[in-house]
Design a protein around this ligand. Structure first.
Ligand code: BGC
Length: 714
């Protein structure tokens, strides 16, 4: 329902002013102390008058700067409609949290919510109103660089974390919170061959079963905006896709908020070949219900002409304008266009001790212990440690999409380790992609003097994120050569891997006694990692994506469908040629979904399954036989039920992160919600499973114990 204020404004606004609201400008229209600069205006053929009707800006922050630009804008704006300031606040503003894929490994919605809350507070005091996050695209292909921004391969985990993130960013939308823009609608995470911006082609059945749930969860959590994706889906680019935006988003999901195009995605309709020119592109995007044009200028240049000609265009412009004005209203901008920003509030909030501690806590929850032979970790303080590798002494631990983060002020792993371990020495051994003999030899001689070697390997931030698709997902050869040489010294190697994407770690696993996955752990990642290595913190992260043995297995994910000729996991598999398998590689991954070790010895045992209304409750007992407490993630999978359409061999339907004190048993109840006990039939109708359902309970997706229940759904 349109508010009185918005209705009144709509009556007073000219068509030109309305089209202005639909225009988003980039930061380069505003520079230094000047409000508007003319260079980009000339480049994009816009007049000063148009710029002063623009509804929103992207990529500008800073209390003073935003205040000044807003004041200048309002002084020139006839109806005093405040500007919206938007930006990509993906995993922290100045306090950087682990990359989203890392946070997903926490399997802890509270941790994700906390990270979004801190990010919201820091960006709100710096003048921002909207973040282009969370990205909830389901991803099963580590070749795609933006996997780092996702929460992985599972629809249920993605949905739970999407909600947590929206709740954290938006809260009650007071001045400490900002509006969330869910992206990228839809299915941007499934580009063919993992190549950026490539075609996506999914059946609508699969799209709805696996990709739609996370967007839908974010929208149910009241996310205020949705961004279109660059890709094509069902044969039509998302930005012009009426079925996607009108039928599914607006009608079915009842989304009332603002739809924004991705960067120049309206202009790209021409390259996709569905629009002959920018005018046609503008018409198609508006018809699909795209409210804001991010950086193609198609709306600003062509909508006036179309509006002069026909009533239906005027109607669409009115609807879009109303939605944008309502967003401004919900953020309180008409009452206080500055949302109480002051340099003092900003200074007190940014990178506060409290925020940095939160980043460390979330990083500690996110780090995953992948291997720990003979309990080589945790490390005692008095050993001689050689810290070797190109990532050992760098601040490049923040990851892509941390434009406000500062690598130079980010403590390196070596700095943090040296504070805890008096006998740690360091040598780089090689650069990320370069090896010279002097560095290499020095690293070997440093390693020779140590009891244990910690190899800190990985990729720089610039090699994950947008436009960083890769075909080879092994560590660079230079680093593998270094690791092989270190292994020849015959000392135990602990490999720490810093990465934005799942990698083929087969060789690393072979050569190391322990493997620790740090992701890009953020501003306080080095301290978090040190706490894990020293045992001050017991690792509890679990993989939100399957790690392949080699790139040829990609896409590989745990919740696959069965085939008519599956492996039987008996001798027969080797003898029978006609099975769904490779002749040169195992089917199984190197590390499965949900996997991650602890220093404690924890086991999960299902106790009972009961039906409560339409939900199922599973009682599980956890026992920790170790002398130290540990957190773990109990996971409950629904085993492939019989249905009229094929179902995943197993799929996550509930999980819980729990602390199990040392030498104790803990009992907990997992609730499987009724929605998780449904599926889509071939006519895209939702059906409920009936009869015997088998649940698999475990601490990862491969080692589970079954419990069954007869499920009644009437
Ligand atoms: C990305 C979006 C991002 C936008 C604005 C685009 O290139 O795909 O995710 O929000 O730029 O920075």
């Amino acid at each position: 329902m349109t508010s009185e204020r918005v209705s009144k404004l709509l009556q007073e606004m000219t068509t030109e002013e309305k089209i202005g609201q639909l225009l988003q400008l980039s930061a380069d229209f505003f520079e230094g102390s000047q409000a508007v600069i003319t260079g980009p205006m000339r480049e994009h053929d816009l007049t000063l008058a148009t710029v002063y009707t623009a509804g929103s800006v992207l990529g500008i922050s800073g209390a003073e700067r935003v205040h000044q630009i807003q004041a200048d804008y309002l002084a020139k704006s006839r109806l005093k409609i405040p500007l919206l300031f938007m930006a990509d606040i993906v995993h922290g503003f100045q306090t950087i949290f682990p990359i989203p894929l890392g946070m997903a490994a926490s399997f802890d919605p509270e941790a994700v919510k906390l990270a979004s809350e801190v990010a919201a507070r820091e960006s709100a005091v710096s003048g921002l109103h909207v973040t282009f996050a969370p990205m909830v695209d389901l991803v099963r292909d580590p070749r795609w660089g933006r996997v780092m921004e996702s929460t992985g391969e599972d629809p249920y985990l993605n949905s739970v974390l999407a909600k947590a993130s929206v709740d954290g960013f938006q809260g009650d939308l007071d001045v400490e919170h900002i509006a969330a823009c869910v992206k990228h609608f839809a299915a941007y995470g499934a580009p063919e061959a993992g190549r950026e911006y490539n075609t996506v082609d999914l059946s609508e059945w699969r799209f709805r079963e696996q990709y739609l749930p996370a967007y839908s969860a974010a929208i149910a959590a009241q996310a205020k905006l949705v961004m279109t994706s660059f890709n094509t889906l069902f044969g039509v680019p998302a930005t012009a896709n009426q079925h996607l935006f009108r039928d599914i988003l607006r009608d079915e999901l009842a989304f009332k908020g603002v739809v924004i195009s991705d960067w120049d995605a309206i202009g790209e309709l021409i390259n996709h070949g569905v629009a002959g020119n920018l005018q046609a592109a503008a018409d198609q995007a508006l018809a699909a219900g795209v409210d804001i044009d991010m950086m193609s200028f198609a709306y600003a240049k062509y909508l006036q002409k179309a509006a002069n000609l026909d009533e239906s265009t005027r109607q669409l412009i009115d609807e879009s304008t109303a939605r944008i004005l309502e967003l401004k209203e919900s953020l309180g901008l008409f009452t206080d266009p500055y949302r109480q920003v002051t340099p003092e509030r900003e200074q007190a909030e940014l990178k506060s001790v409290q925020n940095l501690n939160a980043a460390q806590q979330v990083a500690e929850e996110s780090i995953v212990l992948l291997k720990n032979e003979r309990a080589i970790l945790p490390l005692a303080r008095d050993q001689k440690l050689a810290l070797i590798g190109p990532v050992a002494n760098t601040g490049d631990l923040l990851g892509s999409w941390s434009w406000q983060g500062d690598q130079h002020q980010t403590p390196s792993i070596y700095t943090a380790m040296a504070e805890k371990f008096p006998q740690v020495s360091y040598a780089s051994g090689c650069a990320y992609h370069q090896l010279n003999h002097r560095e290499f030899d020095q690293a070997l001689s440093t390693a020779r003097q140590a009891d244990k070697i910690i190899a800190v390997l990985g990729l720089p931030s610039s090699e994950s994120g947008e436009a960083t698709s890769m075909t080879d997902i092994r560590l660079p050869q230079e680093q593998l050569t270094l690791l092989q040489a270190l292994a020849k010294l015959g000392k135990p190697i602990i490999s720490v891997v810093v990465t934005g994407r799942p990698l083929d770690l087969t060789l690393v696993d072979d050569l190391s006694a322990a493997v620790v996955l740090a992701w890009f752990p953020g501003s306080r990642g080095a301290a978090a990692l040190t706490n894990i290595l020293s045992g001050a913190v017991n690792p509890s992260g679990k993989l939100p994506m399957t790690f392949p043995r080699s790139v040829g297995q990609v896409p590989i994910y745990y919740n696959q469908f069965n085939t008519g000729r599956p492996l039987s996991h008996t001798e027969n598999d080797r003898e029978n040629k006609y099975l769904s398998k490779y002749i040169d590689e195992a089917n199984s991954p190197l590390y499965p979904f949900g996997f991650g070790l602890s220093y404690a010895e924890i086991k999960a045992q299902p106790i009972s399954a009961t039906q409560q209304g339409r939900s199922i409750q599973l009682k599980v007992e956890l026992e920790n036989t170790a002398a130290l407490a540990g957190k773990t993630v109990v996971q409950c999978y629904l085993h492939q039920p019989v249905a009229t359409t094929v179902q995943p061999v197993q799929r996550l339907v509930a999980f819980s992160k729990v602390l199990v004190p040392s030498k104790q048993k803990v009992e907990l109840t997992l609730t499987v919600a009724p929605e998780e006990l449904t599926y889509l039939d071939a006519a895209l109708k939702r059906q409920t499973f009936t009869g015997e359902l088998k649940f698999l309970i475990g601490l990862d997706s491969q080692h589970t114990k079954a419990i069954s229940i007869a499920y009644q759904n009437d």
